[in-house]
Write a protein that binds this ligand. Sequence first.
Ligand SMILES: NC(=O)c1ccc[n+]([C@@H]2O[C@H](COP(=O)([O-])OP(=O)(O)OC[C@H]3O[C@@H](n4cnc5c(N)ncnc54)[C@H](OP(=O)(O)O)[C@@H]3O)[C@@H](O)[C@H]2O)c1
Length: 276
Amino acid sequence: MKDCRGHVTVIVSQEERKTGVEYQTIKGEKVPSLGLGTWRLSGQECARAVERALALGYRHFDTAQMYANEGEVGRGIRNSGVDREEVFLVTKVRTSRFSHDDVIRSTHESLKKLRTEYVDLLLMHWPNPSVPLEETLGAMTELQEEGSVRQVGVSNFPPSMVEEATQYANIFCNQVEYHPYRAQGELLEQAKEMDYLLTAYSPVAKGRVSNDAALKEIGQAHGKTPTQVALRWLIQQEKVVAIPKAASEDHLRSNFDILDFELSDEEMERVSALRR
Ligand SMILES: NC(=O)c1ccc[n+]([C@@H]2O[C@H](COP(=O)([O-])OP(=O)(O)OC[C@H]3O[C@@H](n4cnc5c(N)ncnc54)[C@H](OP(=O)(O)O)[C@@H]3O)[C@@H](O)[C@H]2O)c1
């Protein structure tokens, strides 16, 4: 539904509005455990999804220079009327902009598009061996020092590269593909040891978990869908947050509705055993 200004209105009951979600604590900072991924969201659909998500209680958003939707993500946040300080906002520097000056310039462009003075977390999108890690992370640390970026991190980094990255910056996060069919044991151990955030991307395996028989069975015991079980399994792990992408209000709502149940140790094990 839209109001007279063309903004999205979402009817949310008090029961449903559980803002603040659950949190993971990383280096003393709280990060909302469930965020919204925005890859492949664009234009009005993107701005509306972000605005709807904020109305439902989401407070964590993931975008990237590569997604070409930072403007719409910023518009959605602005239109929602939610205070910027309440939102954990993440963007990523594209691999072609990893030289020192490009990192600085492109991040300032991102901030302009996002209509904000800072992002909560800036990530290197993928490793790029043609630019020294020291150069890229050095520039990101300068942005941190000037206040444009609160935390810095990496994405799609194997454990050995995370280790190397810590020589050049205080690494807050590694964002990687993680869902019931994809094991990430080594990174999980490292995240706990080094106290960094492991953000699970493609957390519902791009929709594939919704047909899983084992997840369905576990969900039935809790009155939840297979997708909700997969997301719950992720955020119940130490240092892990999940960022499912959803365009429809139904998906946005049901993905967020995972805060009122818990999986037992045995159920957690059963989901872990689905890895291939
Ligand atoms: N760092 C990286 O290199 C990297 C790479 C990939 C992704 N990411 C980030 O991670 C986010 C999520 O990953 P992803 O988009 O690849 O995959 P995903 O979140 O696992 O899956 C998204 C797909 O699942 C569907 N879906 C969402 N909720 C559902 C539900 N409750 N029931 C059934 N289907 C559902 C969505 O449909 P609708 O859209 O129709 O609702 C969409 O088609 C991205 O948007 C991006 O922000 C980062």
